[in-house]
Ligand binder design. Structure first.
Ligand code: BG6
Length: 495
């Protein structure tokens, strides 16, 4: 069933997110026949655009960034008839009347009351004001039909996230608020729930009795991609760990949900965040490592150091790499370290989750077999490779009992012909359908801030003395290797 009629207002309609992600996603939904029979998209921005120029600009974005670059002009023409551009100063209260007018008009042409979705694809500092303006519109009082979508970063720290939550909740009901974490829309991330809870095989060993430690790597081979001023205020911990990485950790560590109800899933996830051991201020250096890239080379291209980037303080203390060791203090995960790391300009783009199992309880093979003996490992590759592999020991063919580790692999491309939708496609469809399962609830966001607050504070109070401490194209600073080596492990990357 297609979603009910909807109007999308994209605030930040002339911005990068709209151009790279939102319009390509909506267009793909349209091509896959998921858009409502009646819909309208209004890009709102400060830049002056005629409707025609705006549409041409959006089409260019599709050619550059959509997963589907080949499409028929007729399809685009049909889709783009639903798009208009509204030049508006989002700080001008009067201007919001244009929104009401558009809704009223569309209501008449649709012959029904549509869902109205406000997507805030704007700089974070504009969010509170826009929310206040929108909150005053009559349409926003309609809890069932009006929705507001807020992008990350959701606040700058616990305090500001709390204030933003309070503000939004004074204007909207929690059920109207969709806080996006695009990682949750990724096909491979959603599959973690299916893998864990639609199978009886894995759950019995998914705990501290069998798992030795867990690793989450979200490595990027790109740099700031033009978002210098945002990044200079954020850093890797805020940009990736507070949201994406902690969400991945929750998917891996959560208890089995009773149902697929949005609040049930979110309750189980927030339980994990609340169980993460609070790192004491004086212990932060034992649990967390920060890094910043210097100048160097990346795939034959010269890379300027972070501190030499435009708009970046030449003595910037901002981290472009972070590695943290977490513990989840509950029955299931007692004593199992969760090592996470992320960074810019690392060796390659790869997001993987590794569960390393404990050794078999007894070793019964001839001594020479021991050399190649490795513990079992389950690796979930989120991107760009999309697969799940289980490493186990096999007998190498021959007269002797020698062991060798082998992989059993489930690969999306081999298993399914269908193309995976982009995260934003899934999430935008969920918003139209009013399904908040994959979105962050207020308490989840705050709990995640609480987890990283001691690290943020310790880093702020103790400026880094060794920045820059890694070269582009490496796996980050040496201290990150030491963090995990101290426990007798090493970071795992797939061949
Ligand atoms: C964003 C961060 O949320 O996620 C970016 O702000 C980062 O800095 C991006 O590059 C990574 O997303 P993906 O989907 O490419 O892994």
């Amino acid at each position: 069933k297609k979603p009910d009629p909807a109007i999308f207002f994209i605030l930040g309609g002339s911005g990068d997110l709209t151009y790279r992600k939102l319009i390509p996603a909506l267009y793909n939904l349209f091509l896959d026949d998921w858009m409502p029979e009646q819909f309208h998209i209004v890009g709102i921005g400060r830049t002056a655009y005629s409707n025609e120029k705006y549409k041409a600009h959006l089409l260019e974005g599709i050619h550059k960034f959509s997963r589907r670059r080949n499409h028929k002009t007729d399809h685009w023409n049909e889709f783009s008839e639903h798009i208009e551009y509204l030049q508006m100063d989002v700080e001008d209260n009067q201007a919001y009347q244009s929104i009401t007018k558009i809704v009223n008009n569309k209501e008449k042409t649709f012959g029904t009351h549509p869902n109205v979705i406000f997507y805030l694809a704007v700089a974070p500092q504009l969010v509170p004001d826009i929310a206040k303006h929108l909150g005053q519109l009559n349409i926003c009082a309609d809890r069932k039909c009006c929705r507001i979508v807020v992008e990350k970063p959701f606040g700058h720290d616990l305090q500001s996230a709390h204030e933003l939550n309070q503000l939004l909740q004074s204007m909207f009901d929690e059920s109207q608020i969709y806080r996006i974490d695009h990682y949750l829309g990724k096909e491979t991330v959603q599959n973690i729930l299916a893998f864990r809870f639609a199978n009886a095989l894995f759950e019995p060993i998914w705990n501290c009795n069998y798992i030795d430690h867990i690793q989450i790597t979200a490595a990027e081979s790109v740099g700031l991609e033009g978002r210098n001023s945002y990044y200079e205020k954020a850093g890797a911990l805020r940009d990736m760990v507070q949201n994406h990485i902690l969400q991945l950790l929750c998917m891996i560590a959560m208890e089995a949900p009773v149902s697929f109800d949005a609040n049930e899933i979110r309750n189980k996830k927030v339980d994990v965040l609340n169980a993460i051991r609070k790192i004491r201020k004086e212990e932060v250096q034992d649990y967390a490592v920060r890094g910043q890239y210097g100048p160097g080379w990346m795939k034959g291209q010269k890379v300027v150091g972070y501190r030499q980037e435009k708009g970046v303080d030449p003595e910037s203390p901002v981290e472009t790499f972070a590695a943290v060791k977490f513990y989840v203090d509950n029955w299931r995960w007692q004593g199992v370290p969760f090592y996470v790391r992320t960074g810019k300009y690392l060796h390659e783009k790869t997001t993987i989750i590794v569960l390393q199992f404990r050794p078999a309880p007894h070793y019964a093979f001839p001594p020479e077999a021991a050399e190649t003996w490795r513990p079992n490992r389950l690796t979930i590759s989120i991107q760009p490779n999309m697969d799940i592999r289980i490493r186990f020991q096999a007998k190498r063919p021959g007269q002797k009992m020698t062991l060798s580790p082998v992989d059993m692999i489930f690969n999306y491309e081999e298993a399914y012909e269908d193309h995976s939708p982009e995260a934003y496609e899934t999430l935008l469809l969920d918003i139209m359908e009013g399904d908040a399962t994959l979105f962050m609830r207020a308490d989840q966001v705050e709990a995640a801030w609480r987890v990283i607050t001691p690290i943020l504070e310790a880093w702020q109070n103790r400026p880094p003395v060794d920045f820059p401490n890694y070269a582009p194209g490496t796996w980050g600073p040496e201290d990150a290797e030491a963090l995990i080596a101290r426990d007798g492990h090493n970071w795992i990357t797939l061949p």
